[in-house]
Design a protein around this ligand. Structure first.
Ligand code: DGL
Length: 280
């Protein structure tokens, strides 16, 4: 048994798709969430900037003695993959769990990937999917606008701005006959009702947050690291800009108020150099 919290982070609201799934699958676990709302979006930035943000975000989470780090961000999971692998504590991103789920789900071998520009440019999903199914035909689409639409909380199923944007991004994926689509950015599971309507029931949508949470559950089980079964898991949220903006959108996405659990932190205090040793 391990009572320490699971540390989860993203550039903003996206990672709440992982939090929502952890709460459901692992109700006894405590969660520390960091949303880098002062610096969202990540997906349009250079690899160097993304890696430096990643290092700071993890350094902040490690100050809580987390038992596991869950990178709830497709951009960080793909661009900073090697950096995360070097961490001296258990960690996961969305890449492997989502790619594996898609490779298992597809019937016609045609898989679509929706992600940020940095994720799509990294080619990491293509490589990972091919490691499970080398004949897979992949259609990748960078969907940067969708991150801003989710951050604006324009996720309603009838939203008249988000619907045409999703339709446009999905077009090449549907035209190429993909039967499975990876929502390779954690912001996108918040748009599932819209994506589902446009893609139709015949397409399997891979929810990256849910797949990551399933992996965390499996890892904690296999390593005897679950919290006590009588413990009621609690989540605390930290953001790098105004908490009010985050908590009001988060309430809609999580279906519960987090007003009292959300605080500001100065992420610039968490310098990156000594991240891997943990020395101050
Ligand atoms: N939710 C993140 C991802 O999964 C980041 C999106 C962004 O900040 O551009 O890629």
């Amino acid at each position: 048994m391990n009572k320490n919290p699971v540390g989860v982070f993203d550039s903003g609201l996206g990672g709440l798709s992982t939090v929502r799934a952890i709460k459901k699958l692992l109700p006894n676990e405590d969660i520390i969430y960091f949303g880098d709302t002062g610096r969202v979006p990540y997906g349009t930035r250079s690899n160097e900037t993304i890696e430096s943000y990643t290092a700071q975000d993890i350094k902040f989470l490690r100050s809580f003695d987390c038992k596991m780090i869950a990178v709830a961000c497709g951009t960080v999971s793909t661009v900073s993959r090697e950096l995360i692998k070097g961490l001296p504590l258990p960690s996961t991103g969305i890449l492997t769990p989502s790619a594996k789920a898609a490779a298992l789900a597809t019937k016609n071998g045609k898989i679509g990937i929706m992600g940020t520009s940095a994720t799509i440019n990294s080619g990491a999903f293509d490589k990972e999917i091919k490691s499970y199914n080398e004949k897979a035909e992949i259609t990748s689409v960078a969907c940067p606008l969708l991150v801003s639409l989710v951050e604006s909380n324009w996720c309603g199923v009838d939203d008249d701005v988000t619907n045409p944007a999703v339709k446009r991004y999905l077009k090449p994926i549907l035209e190429n006959g993909c039967d499975t689509v990876i929502l390779g950015c954690t912001h996108f599971p918040h748009l599932i009702p819209i994506i589902r309507n446009i893609a139709g029931e015949g397409v399997t949508l891979i929810d990256s947050g849910l797949e990551e949470a399933k992996y965390i559950k499996q890892y904690l089980d296999e390593n005897d690291m679950r919290n006590a079964p009588d413990h009621k898991g609690e989540a605390k949220y930290f953001v790098s800009d105004r908490p009010q903006n985050f908590s009001s959108a988060a309430a809609t996405l999580l279906g519960e108020s987090i007003d009292n659990e959300c605080s500001f932190i100065d992420i610039f205090k968490y310098i990156q150099e000594d991240l891997w040793t943990g020395k101050q």
